[in-house]
Structures are given as structure tokens and as C-alpha cells.
Design a protein around this ligand. Structure first.
Ligand code: FAD
Length: 292
């Protein structure tokens, strides 16, 4: 089923998983995790894709496994250095596996990036336009604090609009820890005519290491009050984790109360994290995520 159709009927709960580095050794563990995630009744599970196409085969295989369990997969796909032939062959493979939904991305630039890197698909919009000849439901990424390469949020929003014009039927946001950035993004997007659902992406901070990772990965702002609280307990992993989980729960409750069309949880291949969050929000998910 196309995820855009699910979004027309209800709020969505979704998870993101990534292919393990040592595929053959670790894939069974990921499949166990996916089966556990299924018990929380997600509307879809997304699978990341290596920026340079490194995990192309495992991305499609994991998406097919999710589909075999009766959950809708959302396969991430980056244009990056791909050629038209590469994308045609990936699209054919996904079609053969009955995968209907793609999150079309440019991909992160490698450290040795130069202008030759993305010759064909310079931006996600190029990939979306090319994928237009296939009948996939397309999604795009968006950035509550603006994309790191953009001059301003408002420049970035123009390209978000272009993504919609090129076929994106819904968006998933970059991680954020201050919901006000999400509300601003949604308000400004609506002002310039972007109509598609914008699903907030939430990733709990569970250890001091994850603060460093967030900084390197996307630079999302961590509000001072939250940051201070985490600092106090940086040497107490249990308390640190509990604060991180509760903060994510608070973010989700606030987002739902203010009308978010779904919640996308970056669970980092960890079903325990999903369980901890969902068990604290049992009524929110059972009452407020029903079909219309
Ligand atoms: P683009 O839309 O191309 O944007 C990149 C920059 O170019 C932005 O500054 C934008 O404003 C600007 N821009 C956009 N379109 C145009 C245009 N037509 N002309 C000129 N400028 C333009 N990375 C991975 O490698 N694998 C993944 O699986 C993955 N999953 C992700 C999932 C989500 C939900 C998010 C938010 C990000 C994900 N990323 C992933 C990271 C993503 O690849 C990076 O953030 C990347 O730097 C930008 O990707 P994009 O698709 O938004 O690119």
C-alpha cells in the first residue's frame, strides 16, 4: 500500500532501521528486531541506504523482509553518484519485491566530495523527477532547522516545495529536540503552499555518545535546559537514558497534541528503545492513531 494513502486515513507510527555493517553476521539480529517492532503495529518501517550505494542489495532485501511480515516498507534511495542505469536497475528490483514507497534523497556528501560526484542526480529533486516514470509513492527529507548547506531555512523551503512539485507526497523531518523548529517549518511550508503531510522524526538521546553523534551527523540544536539535565547525569547511564526516553515521550505528546500527522522514530535498530517509548504512550497510540 502507498504510505500517502495510509496518511489520508490516519496518523502514522513508523520506525527507521539501517542495514548492519556486517550483513551476513548481523542480519538475523536485525530481522529479530524488525519482528519485535512489528508488535507495536507500525504503519511503515523505513530502511536507510548508503550514500554511495554501498548497501544497495541489503536495503532492498530488508525492505522485502518487512513487506513479508505484512508491514509497509519505505526504502530510502540516494541519487549520489548513481547513473540512470543504476536507478533503473534498483527500481526494477524494488518493483519485483513489491516495494511501493521510496524516500528519495541526494545522500550525504562524502568527505572527498567534488563536483563530479553527483553528475546525474545533483539533488533529491533530480532523483524524484527520474523516478516519476515508475509508480512509486515518493517521500522527501526536510529540515526543521534548515539544511546545513542552505543559506537560510527560507531558501531550503523553496527546495522543499520543489520536492513536492517533483512528486513527493509526504515528508519526514531531520531529527530535532526543540519542537518549535518543527512548528515553524510546518507554518512556513504551509505559507508557501506546501500541502503534503510533514512527519516529525524523533530520536531519543540515550547516552553522552549520542550527543556527540548528533552534533557530527546533523547539528540539531539541543535546548539548554535539556542539555544541562543530561550533563548532570553524564556519568549515570541509567538516569541519562531515562531522561532521554522521557524527553522523547514529552516531544511526541506535544507534537500529537498540536496535530502532527504521525511520528517517525529513529530507533537505531533497537526495539527496546521503541518499547520503552511506546509503553509510556499506550493510550496516545491506541486512541489517537486510529483510522478516521
Ligand atoms: P537535497 O534535497 O538535494 O538538498 C541538499 C541541499 O541542496 C539543501 O541545502 C537544499 O536546500 C539544496 N537543494 C535541494 N534541491 C535543490 C535544487 N533543485 N537546486 C539547488 N539546490 C537544491 N542519507 C543517506 O545517505 N542515506 C539515508 O538513508 C538517509 N536517510 C535520511 C532520512 C531522513 C528523514 C533525512 C532527514 C535525511 C536522511 N539522509 C540520508 C541524509 C540526507 O541524505 C542528507 O541530509 C543530505 O545532505 C541531503 O539530502 P536531501 O535529499 O535533502 O538533498
Amino acid at each position: 500500500m502507498k504510505i500517502e494513502e495510509i496518511l489520508n486515513k490516519k496518523r502514522t507510527l513508523s520506525f527507521e532501521v539501517f542495514p548492519p555493517k556486517k550483513y551476513d553476521e548481523e542480519i538475523d539480529k536485525l530481522f529479530d528486531t524488525i519482528r519485535e517492532l512489528k508488535t507495536f503495529n507500525p504503519d511503515f518501517i523505513s530502511v536507510t541506504y548508503g550514500a554511495g550505494g554501498t548497501n544497495r542489495k541489503s536495503n532492498a532485501e530488508i525492505a522485502a523482509y518487512i513487506k513479508s511480515l505484512g508491514v509497509e516498507p519505505l526504502a530510502h534511495l540516494t541519487g549520489g553518484p548513481s547513473t540512470y542505469e543504476d536507478i533503473d536497475s534498483i527500481a526494477a528490483d524494488l518493483k519485483e519485491k513489491n516495494i511501493e514507497n521510496i524516500l528519495a534523497l541526494r545522500g550525504d556528501k562524502p568527505l572527498d566530495y567534488n563536483d563530479d560526484y553527483c553528475k546525474v542526480f545533483k539533488h533529491a529533486t533530480d532523483l524524484m523527477t527520474y523516478l516519476g516514470k515508475y509508480d512509486f509513492s515518493l517521500a522527501g527529507a526536510c529540515y526543521p532547522e534548515g539544511h546545513i548547506e542552505s543559506e537560510s531555512l527560507y531558501d531550503d523551503l523553496q527546495y522543499m516545495k520543489k520536492k513536492e512539485e517533483c512528486g513527493a507526497k509526504f515528508f519526514i523531518t531531520q531529527i530535532f529536540y526543540d519542537n518549535e523548529y518543527y512548528y515553524r517549518l510546518v507554518n512556513e511550508a504551509r505559507k508557501i503552499g506546501i500541502k503534503s503531510p510533514i512527519i516529525p522524526g524523533i530520536m531519543p538521546l540515550l547516552s553522552p555518545k549520542s550527543i556527540k553523534r548528533i552534533k557530527e551527523m546533523c547539528g540539531s540544536t539541543i535546548p539548554l535546559g535539556f542539555r544541562n539535565m543530561l550533563e548532570v547525569y553524564k556519568d549515570n547511564p541509567k538516569v541519562f537514558r531515562e531522561i532521554g526516553i522521557n524527553y522523547a515521550v514529552y516531544q511526541i505528546m506535544d507534537l500529537i497534541a498540536k496535530g502532527a500527522p504521525g511520528i517517525h522514530l529513529y530507533v537505531m535498530n533497537n526495539a527496546i528503545t521503541a518499547k520503552e517509548i511506546i509503553s509510556r504512550l499506550e493510550n496516545v497510540f491506541s486512541e489517537l492513531f486510529k483510522a478516521n
